[in-house]
Write a protein that binds this ligand. Sequence first.
Ligand SMILES: [Zn+2]
Length: 108
Amino acid sequence: MAPFKLKKNDPVIVTSGRRQDRKKTGKVLRVVADKNRVVVEKVHVIKEYVRPNPQKNIKGGIVEREGAIPLSQVMYYCKECEKGVRVGYKGSGANKQRVCRSCGVVLD
Ligand SMILES: [Zn+2]
Protein backbone atom coordinates (compact mmCIF):
# COMPACT_ATOMS: atom_id res chain seq x y z
CA MET A 1 0.00 0.00 0.00
CA ALA A 2 1.24 3.50 -0.80
CA PRO A 3 2.17 5.61 2.23
CA PHE A 4 -0.60 7.83 3.50
CA LYS A 5 0.54 11.27 2.51
CA LEU A 6 -1.59 13.41 4.77
CA LYS A 7 -1.38 13.76 8.52
CA LYS A 8 -3.43 15.35 11.22
CA ASN A 9 -3.19 19.18 11.15
CA ASP A 10 -2.02 19.31 7.53
CA PRO A 11 -3.49 22.23 5.57
CA VAL A 12 -5.49 20.95 2.62
CA ILE A 13 -7.66 22.30 -0.16
CA VAL A 14 -10.74 20.53 -1.46
CA THR A 15 -10.46 19.92 -5.20
CA SER A 16 -13.69 18.08 -5.92
CA GLY A 17 -16.80 16.70 -4.30
CA ARG A 18 -19.79 18.69 -3.13
CA ARG A 19 -20.04 22.08 -4.80
CA GLN A 20 -20.25 23.99 -1.53
CA ASP A 21 -17.05 22.38 -0.32
CA ARG A 22 -14.90 22.90 -3.39
CA LYS A 23 -11.92 25.27 -3.03
CA LYS A 24 -12.35 25.31 0.74
CA THR A 25 -9.19 25.07 2.75
CA GLY A 26 -8.87 23.66 6.21
CA LYS A 27 -6.86 21.55 8.55
CA VAL A 28 -7.00 17.78 8.63
CA LEU A 29 -8.76 16.83 11.85
CA ARG A 30 -8.54 13.09 11.43
CA VAL A 31 -7.15 10.56 9.01
CA VAL A 32 -9.13 7.39 8.33
CA ALA A 33 -6.28 5.51 6.71
CA ASP A 34 -8.02 2.17 6.22
CA LYS A 35 -10.79 3.88 4.26
CA ASN A 36 -8.55 6.36 2.46
CA ARG A 37 -10.53 9.24 3.86
CA VAL A 38 -9.84 12.38 5.80
CA VAL A 39 -11.92 14.63 8.01
CA VAL A 40 -11.26 18.29 7.32
CA GLU A 41 -12.44 21.14 9.54
CA LYS A 42 -15.58 22.90 8.22
CA VAL A 43 -15.68 20.68 5.14
CA HIS A 44 -18.47 18.24 4.38
CA VAL A 45 -20.45 19.33 7.40
CA ILE A 46 -23.32 16.96 7.96
CA LYS A 47 -26.27 17.26 10.26
CA GLU A 48 -26.94 14.39 12.52
CA TYR A 49 -29.81 13.68 14.81
CA VAL A 50 -28.68 12.65 18.26
CA ARG A 51 -31.06 10.91 20.61
CA PRO A 52 -31.33 12.45 24.02
CA ASN A 53 -29.68 10.41 26.74
CA PRO A 54 -30.18 11.97 30.16
CA GLN A 55 -27.94 9.37 31.82
CA LYS A 56 -25.01 10.57 29.80
CA ASN A 57 -26.19 14.18 29.99
CA ILE A 58 -26.77 14.36 26.23
CA LYS A 59 -29.56 16.74 25.32
CA GLY A 60 -30.21 15.39 21.87
CA GLY A 61 -31.25 17.21 18.75
CA ILE A 62 -29.49 18.19 15.57
CA VAL A 63 -25.73 18.41 15.75
CA GLU A 64 -23.34 19.34 12.99
CA ARG A 65 -20.12 17.53 12.47
CA GLU A 66 -17.61 17.01 9.72
CA GLY A 67 -17.88 13.85 7.67
CA ALA A 68 -14.95 12.01 6.18
CA ILE A 69 -14.24 12.71 2.52
CA PRO A 70 -12.16 10.63 0.10
CA LEU A 71 -8.49 11.42 0.04
CA SER A 72 -8.75 11.87 -3.72
CA GLN A 73 -10.88 14.99 -3.18
CA VAL A 74 -8.22 16.94 -1.29
CA MET A 75 -4.69 18.11 -1.94
CA TYR A 76 -2.05 19.39 0.41
CA TYR A 77 -2.25 23.18 0.45
CA CYS A 78 1.27 24.59 0.05
CA LYS A 79 1.62 28.06 1.57
CA GLU A 80 4.53 28.87 -0.73
CA CYS A 81 2.71 27.89 -3.91
CA GLU A 82 -0.67 29.12 -2.60
CA LYS A 83 -2.36 26.14 -4.22
CA GLY A 84 -2.98 22.45 -3.83
CA VAL A 85 0.13 20.44 -4.54
CA ARG A 86 1.33 16.88 -4.72
CA VAL A 87 3.40 15.61 -1.84
CA GLY A 88 6.75 14.01 -2.57
CA TYR A 89 9.44 12.53 -0.40
CA LYS A 90 13.05 13.36 0.24
CA GLY A 91 15.57 11.21 2.10
CA SER A 92 14.89 7.83 3.60
CA GLY A 93 14.36 6.09 6.91
CA ALA A 94 14.30 8.46 9.89
CA ASN A 95 15.38 11.34 7.63
CA LYS A 96 12.48 10.93 5.28
CA GLN A 97 10.69 14.21 4.83
CA ARG A 98 7.62 15.25 2.92
CA VAL A 99 8.21 17.95 0.35
CA CYS A 100 6.08 20.01 -2.01
CA ARG A 101 6.55 18.61 -5.47
CA SER A 102 5.98 22.03 -7.03
CA CYS A 103 8.38 24.26 -5.09
CA GLY A 104 10.39 21.72 -3.07
CA VAL A 105 9.72 23.22 0.34
CA VAL A 106 9.86 20.76 3.24
CA LEU A 107 6.39 20.24 4.66
CA ASP A 108 7.13 18.46 7.93
ZN1 LIG B 1 5.00 24.49 -2.82
